[in-house]
Write a protein that binds this ligand. Sequence first.
Ligand code: EPS
Length: 403
Amino acid sequence: MIRFLTAGESHGKGLTVIAEGFPSNLKIEESYINSHLARRQMGYGRGGRMKIETDTAEILSGIRFQKTLGSPISLFIKNSDWENWTDEMASGKPKGKHKKITVPRPGHADLVGVSKYDLNDIRNSIERSSARETAARVAVGSIARRFLEEFGIHVGSYVESIGGIYSTEQFSEKLFNNSLSKNFDAWSLAQEADASAVRVLDKLQEEKIIRKIKKVKKIGDTLGGTFITVATGLPVGLGSFIQYDTKLSADIAHVMMSINAVKGVEIGTGFKAADAYGSASHDEIVMKNGELTRKTNRAGGIEGGMTTGLPVIVRTAMKPIATLMSPIEAVDLSTMKKVISRRERSDFVAVPACAVIGESMLSWVLAKAFLQKFGGDSMRETKDNYKNYTTKLQKRLSSNFRK
Ligand code: EPS
């Protein structure tokens, strides 16, 4: 069983993450983790903070000579911006007078945060609710990703839309139609997306989106969007139908919804399937080259809460960033009078980054389900268990049902 915990404030010294439960002897390098942290920082439409930070993870424990020890892995990501906040974010006595934030931003955790935690400065709520925390999730997700790679499982994503601008090409339809070659791997999809400034797969769409972001920047507004996360190379049967909390689909929805600003998740054709006939919604079972497979993958690789062996496909919706430069109504808590909401440095669009965070969270739940099924204290043991199950699967199935 793997688990992780993150700690850290947006403008504190940095972010810490502790992960536990990975088998020993998994090869991993700091540079690998950092390459994914850099991907999270990309994307046209980010704010000033990304110019200050070059996120890198320092390994504090759990890894020796580029291999996991089986002990808790702890990572530290320094906040370069901390230097500008040493007085404002001091853990000791405040130095002199400091200005409290009294106007909550609609759409952010500000108002509910100060109400719930009995705080007298909105800064105390902003710091932990900030999406800065997702850097720690990408760092820890990259360990899960490295683990999955050892089994030929790859995770990738692309941005489907920003501000309602979609491609005329239906890339997701291609995924659902299972028209991809067996060698298709989700990482190549991610690399294709990484080559775009907004992580889309269509040049014309990219141009339109950049034009819209430029416009939005000018008027001080923000945009949201949708992205598709894909995992390939999965074995049949991760997750289970036994209990509500063992279904992999539920775990996927949980981790995706846990990402800041995410408001919707679909697996496979999702909400569209609700409008279609059953005969046009399910994936017919066929024999192909002596193997059981499906004609389509509308289920998005999950049936009964378990992996079918086809790519897992998840669509996620991110709402527009809640910090606006343009006016939006709020109440100043120091006077309880109407005001126009406060300005604060932020991103204009963070959908490309959100997609990378989505990859990290999907990697995490898949690695968790994988280790729940195959276990193992060392990579050798996990690999033996995996091989034993996967090589005998088809044979076992046909001998069980032979007349
Ligand atoms: C972010 C760091 C934050 C924001 C952004 C994402 O840094 P700062 O507040 O210093 O500008 O840029 O956070 C949000 C959009 C948010 O709503 O909290 C990061 O590291 O990704």
